[in-house]
Design a protein. Structure first.
Length: 119
C-alpha cells in the first residue's frame, strides 16, 4: 500500500524518520504532546510560531476570552485579548486565530513597585 500523500504540506506521522525524533517507528505523537491547559480570562499567554506561522516573533498576550461563538477548524481557537509589551502593559487589543495545542501560559512580568508617597 502506498503512503498517504502530504496534507496541507504536513507529512503523516508514519513518514517521519524515527531517527529525526530519536524514537521507535511505532511511537505516537499523542504520547509526547503536553497536556492542554485550561484558558481563563486574565491568563498571560506566550503566543509563538507553535500557535501559527504568523507569530514568527513571539508575543505575550493577556486573555479576555476564548471566542466560542465563532466556528473554527478542529484544533484551532479564536482568542480575544491584549498584546503586552516587555513590562506587561497592554499595547494593542487583538483577536488571534491560533492552534490550541501551541498556546502556553506564562507568568506575567513583574510590575515595578511604586515608591510610597510621603504626605
Amino acid at each position: 500500500m502506498a503512503p498517504a500523500p502530504p496534507v496541507f504540506g504536513l507529512l503523516p506521522e508514519r513518514l517521519v524518520s524515527p531517527r529525526s525524533r530519536g524514537q521507535d517507528p511505532d511511537h505516537r505523537m499523542a504520547s509526547v504532546r503536553p497536556p492542554m491547559i485550561e484558558l481563563k480570562p486574565g491568563d498571560v499567554l506566550h503566543i509563538t510560531r507553535a500557535c501559527s506561522v504568523q507569530f514568527l516573533k513571539p508575543i505575550m498576550f493577556r486573555l479576555i476570552k476564548v471566542r466560542t461563538d465563532l466556528h473554527t477548524y478542529h484544533g484551532w481557537i479564536w482568542l480575544e485579548g491584549y498584546e503586552l509589551d516587555a513590562r506587561g502593559e497592554a499595547v494593542a487589543r487583538r483577536e488571534l486565530f491560533a492552534i490550541r495545542e501551541g498556546v502556553r501560559r506564562m507568568n506575567p512580568p513583574a510590575r515595578p513597585r511604586l515608591a510610597p508617597v510621603a504626605r
